[in-house]
Design a protein around this ligand. Structure first.
Ligand code: HSE
Length: 427
């Protein structure tokens, strides 16, 4: 088994999430990649945070410099955020021949060109999947999967804290302050939550996406940015009455007159594809020239989703560094046990074509009862005494095989005039 040594700088929400997930998933990662990720060193100036994350004594080092000078460490995982110290850590790591994984959107948006220039000069790699959209693979999506596309427009919800606050205000009538407090407790918010609610975090992220999409340097200072602190309960309720929801959108478009990049509270029609992206979920809706429209959707904030993205970068670097030529690690697999359709449990919609006459429903329900099928709803809209009408029943969860057996029996009743229709309900 190949071993890849890493050092983690910063064990706040994301860093401790990465530490714990790497330990918890060690065996599945080995099985899926053939690589053992070894956490050789961890540091954080907040010693309480180190203890809280459960970091082992032998893994703790006093400073990031100790891991940067360790020749056995291949990769530095920078998770302290902010621009000044983080930048030094990354540049020093490059100089010592280390690759870097970071989630640092502020640094990449504001000073990314310096960081990328140093990486190019020193022939090092920096991966940053977790910098935008938490667990959503949008960076890999844009740079790998959609590589042959020209990106025309990005419409996105990329701040989990704001989306959580707006969702709770819209659905539960919760106050802004209470929703923000919950978002903080759930680990969505930045250490300084004004970065979230003033739209700056979303502006950092859309800057990164716009640069990757349009391959032009975006000057972060020119990104127009408005947050959600001015949104009041009545804006949400008026929007609702008019058929809209309020969302914080980050938008980037490339047109003939240049690139437009902005973050702003926006009214979206309730049937817009982004209108139902709720809570800490993020979504990035791309318009491309080849695949046309594409939606990336997932948890955009929180320790576990963000750590999942960081770990995907660590694995990518490990594969490159260890010279794995195949991205997919496909040893011969054990055959799976496939569940037969008859043993699948779900709710069902049943439509019968029946003679409209008293006692018909009782006949049908008694057969359903024999197979322990419980009814949750009954609809008969038409009334044509003595003629054929549709009768619809919804069931509670039941085994497919019982439904098939019961419907076969029901179809033999003289009051049933056509084959009955069964459609499964996926909740
Ligand atoms: N504070 C960020 C958010 C965390 O709420 O989306 C993920 O970058």
């Amino acid at each position: 088994m190949e071993v890849y040594n890493i050092g983690i700088v910063g064990v706040g929400t994301v860093g401790s999430g990465v530490y714990k997930q790497l330990k918890r998933k060690a065996s599945i990662l080995k099985k899926k990649t053939g690589i053992s990720i070894h956490i050789k060193a961890v540091c954080d100036k907040d010693t309480k945070a180190v203890r809280k994350a459960g970091v082992l004594k032998r893994e703790c080092v006093p400073s990031y410099r100790d891991m940067i000078k360790d020749p056995e460490i291949n990769c530095i995982v920078e998770l302290i955020g902010g621009t000044s110290i983080a930048k030094n850590i990354i540049l020093e790591a490059f100089k010592k021949g280390k690759d870097v994984v970071t989630a640092n959107k502020a640094l990449l948006a504001e000073e990314g060109s310096d960081v990328f220039k140093a990486a190019r000069k020193l022939n090092r790699q920096i991966f940053f999947e977790a910098s935008v959209g938490g667990g959503i693979p949008i960076i890999k999506g844009l740079t790998e999967s959609l590589v042959s596309n020209r990106i025309i427009r990005i419409l996105s919800i990329i701040n989990g804290t704001c989306n959580y606050i707006l969702t709770r205000m819209t659905h539960d009538g919760m106050s802004f302050e209470k929703a923000l407090a919950i978002a903080k407790a759930k680990g969505y918010a930045e250490a300084n939550p004004s970065l979230d609610i003033d739209g700056i975090d979303a502006a950092h992220k859309i800057t990164i996406l716009a640069e990757l999409a349009f391959r032009k340097k975006i000057n972060f200072k020119e990104v127009s940015c408005e947050g959600i602190s001015g949104i009041k309960e009545w804006d949400i309720s008026f929007a609702d009455q008019l058929g809209y929801v309020v969302k914080l959108l980050a938008i980037a478009k490339e047109g003939s007159e240049g690139i437009e990049v902005r973050v702003q509270p926006t009214l979206l029609p309730k049937d817009h594809i982004l209108a139902n992206v709720n809570d800490s979920y993020n979504a990035v809706y791309l318009m491309c020239d080849e695949v046309e429209n594409m939606l990336f959707y997932g948890r955009g904030a929180g320790a576990k989703p963000t750590a999942s993205a960081v770990i995907s970068d660590i694995i990518d670097l490990a594969r490159n560094s260890l010279g794995f030529r195949q991205k997919l690690y496909l040893p011969s697999l054990k055959a799976a046990h496939t569940k037969s359709i008859s043993s699948i449990l779900s709710r069902h919609y049943l439509r019968f074509s029946v003679i409209d006459r008293p006692g018909v429903l009782a006949k049908i329900s008694s057969i359903l009862g024999r197979y322990s099928i419980s009814i949750s709803d009954v609809i008969q809209k038409e009334r044509k005494i003595g003629q054929v009408v549709p009768l619809v029943l919804l069931t509670h969860e039941t085994y497919e095989k019982h439904i098939q057996q019961a419907v076969r029996q029901i179809d033999k009743l003289s009051v049933i005039k056509r084959h009955s229709r069964v459609i499964r309900i996926e909740e």
